[in-house]
Design a protein around this ligand. Structure first.
Ligand code: FAD
Length: 321
């Protein structure tokens, strides 16, 4: 089933559902950790499960001579395989993420062909972040510079257009494509208006829904949705909620994701004696946010897990039972 149909069903039934995002296992690990994270959440009937995509990383190895060797490593490969394993085990729809970074258009086409063979009809299409150590995003020599171009490639494939042209016989893939949106603006954008213009370009290219960057302030989420509508973006918008879980995230989340933390949340986290208490505060904050989003009739809430789901279970019990 396509995510857009799941969203439309939720809208029609006036029932807000949740989806959550998991990371593929570290290289060398099996699928047990991923299944352990999913097991307690299945009873709450998640709408679908997203699986993140991780580009190559850089590692420096010091030799006895003192020379540093630069090595390219992939720490979390296997997005497509683990997505298929989740779908097979739980019968739930999966949304593997695809990124432009580190990929040629041919790599992307191969991924899409594999996904199609596996019966996975949903993808979240993104540019990806800069390679480690780079200050700007550098596309692969035969890759895409922006998510919009990735969306176009996927839509072209749905229409039977492959990179090297049309094929004689084509069964036509049926990918439903989602894209990322930024209530607090993408870090590279000069201003909100420009960011919105490019978000609209992704939707005009064929994206059927938007998932937002994590946002801890519903006022900003509602304002973003309003600005999207004014800009003529009419697809469903799925708010991204991240349950706060460690004190270190007070500096880490703003640094990495370019989001602001509301003062009340900062004060509450600072007063926690340990990270167990922070997880409680984070879950309560997320529950209050979700109650308000449900009351506003939003069909799906996307929960960022970073691979650990005990707090998601608590949230699901409180607002999705
Ligand atoms: P784009 O839409 O391409 O935008 C990037 C920047 O370029 C923006 O500033 C935009 O305004 C600008 N821009 C867009 N189009 C144009 C154009 N035509 N001309 C000029 N400027 C343009 N990253 C991962 O690596 N793996 C993941 O699994 C992953 N999952 C994510 C899930 C969600 C829900 C979100 C919100 C983000 C996720 N990310 C992930 C992070 C994402 O890859 C980064 O935020 C990345 O920096 C931007 O991706 P994008 O698709 O939004 O980029």
């Amino acid at each position: 089933m396509q995510v857009i149909d799941i969203i439309n069903e939720a809208i029609a039934s006036k029932r807000t559902r949740f989806a959550f995002e998991l990371l593929p296992p570290l290289k060398g690990d099996g699928t047990q950790g991923v299944f352990k994270a999913i097991d307690p959440l299945i009873q709450f009937d998640p709408a679908y499960i997203n699986v993140t995509f991780h580009r190559e990383d850089v590692k420096y190895v010091e030799h006895p001579s003192g020379l540093l060797e630069k090595r390219i490593v992939r720490r979390r490969p296997g997005t497509i395989g683990v997505s298929a394993a989740i779908m097979k085990k739980y019968g739930v729809e999966v949304v593997p993420h695809l990124i432009c970074g580190g990929h040629s258009r041919y790599d992307i086409e191969d991924y899409l062909i594999d996904l199609d063979f596996l019966g996975i009809n949903n993808v979240l299409a993104m540019r990806g972040d800069n390679a480690k150590g780079d200050h700007t995003f550098r596309p692969n020599s035969d890759g895409h510079s922006y998510a919009q171009q990735l969306v176009e490639q996927i839509v072209d494939m749905n229409h039977g257009q492959f990179i090297d042209g049309e094929v004689d016989i084509c069964h036509h893939s049926q990918f439903c494509v989602g894209v990322a949106g930024y209530p607090e603006k993408h870090a590279d954008s000069p201003n909100y208006e420009t960011d919105m213009r490019y978000l609209k370009a992704k939707v005009d290219a064929g994206a059927e829904y938007i998932i937002t960057q994590m946002c801890f302030d519903n006022k900003k989420l509602f304002d973003f949705i309003e600005r999207c509508r004014v800009a003529g973006i009419n697809v469903p918008i799925v708010p991204g909620i991240k349950p706060f879980s460690t004190k270190a995230q007070l500096t880490m989340l703003p640094h990495i994701f370019h989001v602001d933390l509301p003062q009340d949340l900062v004060v509450a986290v600072e007063s926690c004696k340990d990270n167990k208490a922070v997880r409680e505060v984070g879950a309560e904050w997320a529950i209050e946010q979700i109650k308000e989003l449900k009351a506003a009739g939003l069909p799906i809430v996307h929960l960022y897990t970073m691979g650990k789901t005990d707090n998601i279970e608590k949230i699901a019990k409180a607002v999705f039972l």
